[in-house]
Design a protein around this ligand. Structure first.
Ligand SMILES: [Zn+2]
Length: 222
């Protein structure tokens, strides 16, 4: 019989919360895992905790402080500015190997809790220069995890080919648009829901939402 249990890599942001709703629709049993690596905002962990509680899924929080020790960067340190990469370089929010580590630990957890499916919100479309968000990387790691643990995990990436507008559309399709809009934290300045409106994460989120809402309105008119 097919194993219908899933583990979602979960940060409490828009993307992973949309993935959580996607997982709850597709699998019988869902647990989420959040990695604590001394994020700029402890609020991120709080936010994730609250969401998990609200939708009633088991929440694992794993300590990954070593990531900050290895790679201090703009997501973990207040004294490093959040900015886009220059001349095609990586943005200051890049933590080398972050998804490699997160997905590997999610795999270890999945094997412990007996889950076959692992869901992650990584996305190649809004590719901001993170090599470990690419589809080829995820597929390669899927093979590696299976070989390393003698498992047949399936890593799902429901957002891989969606842009921000389509991610909002998916949330809406899952009847979770308001929930995602009001309860998630994407903002680099730690402002929940619609955010500070000024950081790159807020700009991306807002532009996608505006585009989606405009398309809904357009459709209603026609
Ligand atoms: Zn912001």
């Amino acid at each position: 019989m097919m194993n219908k249990k899933a583990v979602v890599v979960f940060s409490g942001g828009q993307d992973s919360t949309t993935c959580l709703f996607w997982a709850m629709k597709h699998f019988d049993e869902v647990e989420v895992v959040t990695f604590n690596y001394n994020q700029r905002h402890a609020l991120e962990i709080e936010c994730a905790k609250n969401i998990a509680e609200e939708v009633n899924v088991k929440h694992h929080i794993l300590d990954m402080a070593l990531l900050n020790q290895l790679a201090p960067n703009a997501l973990t340190r207040d004294d490093i500015e959040v900015k886009d990469g220059e001349d095609g370089g990586l943005p200051s929010t890049f933590v080398p190997g972050r998804n490699l580590l997160f997905l590997s630990f999610a795999g270890v957890l999945a094997s412990q809790v007996g889950a076959k499916h692992i869901i992650t919100g990584v996305c190649e479309t809004d590719f901001s220069g993170y090599p470990d968000c690419r589809d080829a990387f995820v597929k390669s790691l899927n093979v590696t995890l299976n070989l390393s643990m003698d498992q047949d995990f399936v890593i799902h990436t429901p957002l891989m080919w969606l842009d921000k507008k389509e991610t909002w559309a998916l949330a809406d399709e899952l009847d979770a648009l308001e929930f995602v809009r009001e309860k998630t934290l994407t903002c680099y300045n730690g402002v929940i829901a619609d955010g500070c409106g000024e950081c790159p994460a807020c700009e991306l989120r807002r532009a996608g939402l505006d585009e989606y809402l405009a398309s809904v309105e357009e459709e209603a008119k026609s």
